[in-house]
Design a protein around this ligand. Structure first.
Ligand SMILES: Cc1cc2nc3c(=O)[nH]c(=O)nc-3n(C[C@H](O)[C@H](O)[C@H](O)COP(=O)(O)OP(=O)(O)OC[C@H]3O[C@@H](n4cnc5c(N)ncnc54)[C@H](O)[C@@H]3O)c2cc1C
Length: 463
């Protein structure tokens, strides 16, 4: 970056512009563990400062990379072309919680769990629940359209975004949407910004929909002799017309992985597990839990465990919650994909994955949000062997192809960023990419915001 640009930024932000190597290093990586040093890190405190940073970027032509907590799995917040990382961590106020009209107004740097806890105090619920909720920010969740375990019943982040304020790549401030439940005036710019991965605008404020907090919960852990039975149980649950608030499937590889770390008592021959939760009014929850247990038994469950008190539910969740820490023990490096297939194709996808692991001689650990067909496919890379890495890369491409062929998607949660950019066309086709590029030009004609992301030929690195 030119020194004149840094001088102008310094004049605007004072000590909220940091250029030391220590600070730049702290903002150079995300959960992909890839590293790109920015030239500077900016800590604006309000929309006006964000606007002035982007205006300076247009004048001096340097990249601006919005960043929340840097917990992304697709490299979205990495400054692959250098420039300024724009951290939202000092824009972290909850501005309003409207208990009558059921919405909250927040700045982008609010940590997701903070909002969930605040609204809980008045009996309200902000449902989106990425597993990173203790540290990821609402701005990052909106920019990635984060999902989580309860998406099966409550939907994903986009379903809760009523209105946004954002600074476009031009430096203009735009307000989209309305705080009311209904609103259909003009194009839906709010949805355009949701999931745009910091490439169209910097979100500076969001109005988020809230719902009443559920009264009670019941958790079930159903154990099966194979993935096919578990996947069929998922379909039986749908057929029973019950909508659980979580429905997580763990295959044999995931169960073995957890059992290598902690003792878990399971019936002989367990090869697959379904963790299911229902929430709502107490009487309804009991009845729905009965229907769920029946559906699992009808598909050959070896055992169905059930708990409604907090301690018992925690115990049942242990198997699912232990997967991520256990994975880190199996191999320090993994390719963590988040494909989605139609629910009815879950069993086919699990069969495909076990065949692929054998064919490519790679370890693949699979688990996921079975209720929405979202499988986390973790291709483990134990060493630094180049051949092993190549086989893993080939396996990833095959997984993506199979997901698209089954009518699904290459990413249900983590977004494109740099890691999936080479595969964009596989899913959306050349015309899809072309229309997206034209939209990008409209929001950000000088390519200031987060360059090097999403579009195939622009991706600076593959994986
Ligand atoms: C342990 C772990 C568990 C996870 N579990 C889940 C999960 O269950 N579901 C899920 O969906 N994801 C999950 N993730 C991925 C990640 O947490 C989400 O993508 C999250 O939404 C990123 O938020 P962040 O604040 O860290 O954003 P960052 O990683 O900092 O940024 C992500 C993207 O958003 C853009 N961005 C950030 N803030 C803004 C803003 N204000 N305006 C415009 N663009 C912005 C960035 O440029 C980047 O492209 C997980 C990650 C980890 C490490």
């Amino acid at each position: 970056m030119e020194s004149a640009a840094l001088a102008d930024l310094g004049e605007l932000l004072g000590d909220r512009l940091q250029t030391s190597l220590e600070t730049r290093t702290c903002y150079s990586f995300d959960a992909t563990r890839k590293k790109f040093l920015p030239d500077a890190v900016a800590f604006p405190v309000d929309a006006e400062e964000v606007q002035r940073i982007v205006q300076l970027a247009n004048r001096h032509r340097f990249p601006v990379v919005p960043r929340g907590a840097g917990s992304g799995f697709s490299g979205g917040s990495l400054p692959v072309r250098g420039g300024v990382v724009l951290s939202t961590e000092r824009m972290d106020r909850i501005l309003a919680i409207d208990g009558e009209n059921l919405y909250a107004v927040v700045e982008p740097g609010v940590v997701t769990e903070t909002l969930k806890e605040e609204v809980r105090k008045i009996g309200l619920f902000y449902p989106p629940d990425p597993a990173s909720l203790k540290f990821s920010t609402l701005g990052g969740n909106i920019a990635e359209c984060a999902g989580g375990m309860c998406a099966v019943k409550y939907g994903v982040t986009r379903d809760y975004v009523l209105a946004l304020e954002a600074v476009l790549g031009t430096g203009e401030l735009v307000r989209t949407g309305v705080a009311t439940m209904k609103g259909v005036v003009g194009y839906d710019l709010t949805r355009m910004l949701v999931g745009s991965e910091g490439t169209l605008g910097v979100i500076t404020r969001a109005t988020l929909r809230l719902v009443p907090h559920p009264e009670s919960f019941t958790t079930l852990l159903a154990l099966f002799s194979g993935n096919r039975q578990a996947a069929e149980a998922v379909n039986a649950i749908v057929a029973a017309r019950v909508t659980p608030s979580a429905m997580e499937l763990m295959d044999r590889t995931a169960i073995d992985c957890v059992r290598s770390m902690i003792p878990v008592e399971l019936p002989e021959g367990t090869r697959s597990a379904l963790l299911i939760e229902v929430d709502g009014a107490e009487a309804a929850v009991g009845r729905e839990a009965d229907l769920l247990a029946e559906a699992c038994r009808s598909r050959g469950a070896l055992e169905v465990r059930r708990a409604s008190d907090e301690r018992g539910r925690d115990e049942l969740w242990k198997l699912r919650r232990s997967i991520s820490p256990a994975l880190r023990r199996v191999a320090p490096v993994k390719m963590n994909e988040d494909i989605v297939v139609p629910r009815s194709r879950l069993a086919d996808m699990f069969d495909f994955l076990s065949g692929l692991a054998a064919r490519k001689k790679v370890t693949i650990v699979n688990f996921g949000h079975a209720g929405d067909g979202n499988i986390h496919v973790n291709i483990m890379i134990p060493g630094t062997d180049a051949d092993e890495y190549r086989r893993a890369e080939e396996a990833v491409e095959e997984v993506f192809r199979a997901a698209v062929e089954m009518g699904g998607t290459i990413s249900g949660e983590h977004g494109v960023g740099i890691v999936k950019a080479p595969f964009m066309e596989m899913e959306v086709g050349p015309m899809g990419v072309s229309v997206m590029k034209r939209l990008k030009e409209c929001f950000d004609p000088n390519g200031i915001l987060n360059p090097g992301k999403i579009f195939p030929e622009e991706s600076a690195v593959r994986r």
